[in-house]
Design a protein around this ligand. Structure first.
Ligand code: C5P
Length: 230
């Protein structure tokens, strides 16, 4: 189990590329995030292989379905041995509570966090869904619902971290993407923060992809980020 706050996002089209990168990384210096593309191609075998190599895995599959189905999927992920997984808070209280109850019965209980409003959604997108709150208020409402339902935290932008921390307390785990070291390209990310700014704003874990995966030396890039937040 690593105590690093950095979760390296394995946004690769296949397992070979992901494993090539992981061989260069040290499991005590980072955790790893596996999302829908890589999981759909490679399945649980890749997750198990990386867990056997001592990596903590955040399985980012954002479950959203009826409570029984989501709870069963969470149990299956816990049985794989993942460290963290997530659901959509908009699945509702019953879905989240049922998922937590299922995880309470597993021998290895991962952290369960929620996605609030996807950062790709604009105010107009919310209106079209019949939601007339501001994006920020909707994020807070769903984060609050996730906390009340017993979840461990939320995925959020580091720009939202301070407000959520103030409203929900510093024990509620905030996992933030959109992180860029000062000397890094912002790529397609619009609202970015440096690793140390994000930690100062209240982030517990930083999801970082390209600044590490596309670096000439991923290990050096990771170490320099770890140093900047230690
Ligand atoms: O390469 P980069 O650091 O931008 O990767 C960030 C990762 O976090 C990607 O997997 C992206 O899909 C994910 N993510 C994000 N913004 C969100 C939620 C997830 O960038 N709001």
């Amino acid at each position: 189990m690593s105590d690093s706050k950095v979760i390296v996002s394995l946004d690769f089209p296949d397992g070979k590329q992901a494993l090539d990168l992981c061989q260069k990384l040290d499991p005590s210096s980072c955790k790893l995030k596996i999302g829908k593309e890589l999981f759909t191609r490679e399945g649980p075998d890749l997750v198990e292989k990386l867990i056997k190599s001592d990596f903590d895995i955040f399985l980012d599959l954002k479950y959203h379905d009826i409570p029984n189905t989501v709870a069963s999927a969470c149990r299956a992920a816990a049985d794989l041995g993942v460290w963290m997984l997530n659901v959509h808070a908009s699945g509702g209280r019953n879905m989240m509570e049922t998922a937590i109850e299922a995880l309470d019965k597993t021998t290895h209980k991962p952290l369960l966090i929620a996605v609030t409003v996807l950062t790709s959604m604009s105010q107009e997108d919310l209106s079209e869904l019949g939601i007339n709150r501001t994006v920020d208020d909707q994020v807070l409402l769903l984060a609050n619902l996730a906390k009340e339902s017993g979840l461990n935290g939320v995925v959020c932008s580091a720009k939202e971290a301070n407000r959520i921390k103030n409203e929900l307390g510093s024990d509620f785990c905030l996992v933030t993407p959109g992180i860029r070291p000062a000397d890094s390209s912002s790529d397609d990310q619009k609202r970015i923060m440096t690793p140390s700014e994000a930690i100062a704003a209240g982030s517990h874990y930083l999801v970082i992809g390209r600044p590490i995966t596309k670096a000439d030396d991923p290990l050096v890039a990771l170490e320099s980020i770890n140093v900047s937040i230690s």
